[in-house]
Write a protein that binds this ligand. Structure first.
Ligand code: NAP
Length: 257
């Protein structure tokens, strides 16, 4: 019997890792049904590559307007996606959109903190809350045993910079205080969600993409987006209830909190 098509939503899908996820999702590893590629400005110049992809795959990709830092926008997006997925629900939500301010503690201001917190913590939290009905529908509609990304899952792209243990060896070359705090925040948010919603058989995991050469990662990164995304999609496809609440890198290795 052919595997059931999976519906996937990606935030920040217009460039960087999000766009590369859209590209690679089209070729596997999931039997893709619908792909909701969300971005802040679907008609703007930064979404041109995404629009070109969507034109080539009109039956799979829907571009949906979403500002992850704006609850009204998330609610609208959830309504729109709900009407498109219907009784199948949403199988996989990928919280990828992120904001980085690089400053040391003495330079970090309220604006950096608020923007980091709104995008990197409140964004994933509101996405989880507003998409919960669709994730529950997907879990109930699935005949699969246990947990998996093909059934019902939320994968949040965090960062090793949110790891407490990383501060000693990485602070001197990458302080990014507000970013680190926000990624540590989304890590514990994910653990809480994993605990609260395990009864609904919705899987929650955190992935660190590596240091990747994107607009955010800069030219000095260790790897390019295709390598990172290939690794992350492989990890996503392999997730089971054993990884509920796990913090893994793109190679599937556990990152210390
Ligand atoms: P990027 O190239 O700078 O892309 C960031 C993406 O997030 C863009 O699509 C951007 O959209 C979107 N975004 C930012 N704020 C948003 C908001 N409020 N609502 C919706 N979309 C928003 O960064 P990236 O390297 O692909 O990063 C993707 C994720 O990986 C982030 O969560 C980041 O923290 C994480 N990460 C990256 C690295 C790395 O080395 N690159 C390392 C660790 C973790 P616009 O075009 O509208 O700005």
């Amino acid at each position: 019997m052919a595997a059931k098509p999976v519906s996937v939503l990606i935030t920040g899908a217009n460039r960087g890792l999000g766009l590369e996820m859209v590209r690679q999702m089209l070729a596997g590893p999931f039997p893709l049904g619908k792909l909701f590629a969300c971005c802040r400005d679907p008609d703007g110049p930064r979404a041109e590559a995404l629009r070109t992809l969507a034109k080539k795959h009109p039956n799979i990709i829907s571009i949906i307007c979403l500002d992850a830092a704006d609850l009204c926008s998330i609610k609208q997006c959830a309504k729109q996606v709900g009407s498109l997925v219907g009784t199948g629900g949403l199988n996989l939500l990928i919280n990828n959109a992120g904001f980085l301010a690089k400053g040391i503690l003495q330079e970090t201001n309220a604006e950096d903190m608020q923007k980091s917190f709104n995008t990197n913590v409140m964004g994933p939290m509101n996405m989880i809350k507003e998409f919960l009905p669709h994730l529950r529908t997907a879990a109930k509609a699935s005949t699969m045993q246990g947990m998996s990304s093909c059934k019902s899952a939320v994968v949040t792209i965090s960062s090793q910079m949110g790891s407490m243990e990383s501060v000693k060896w990485s602070y001197s070359f990458f302080p990014a205080v507000s970013y680190r705090i926000s990624k540590a925040g989304v890590n514990i948010l994910t653990l809480c969600a994993a605990e609260e919603l395990k009864k609904d058989e919705i899987l929650f995991s955190l992935l660190h993409p590596g240091w990747v050469r994107t607009d955010m990662g800069g030219e000095e990164g260790d790897i390019d987006a295709p390598e990172s995304v290939q690794g992350m999609l492989g990890v996503m496809a392999s997730l089971t209830e054993k990884q509920n609440g796990a913090f893994l890198n793109y190679k599937g290795e556990t990152i210390p909190w």
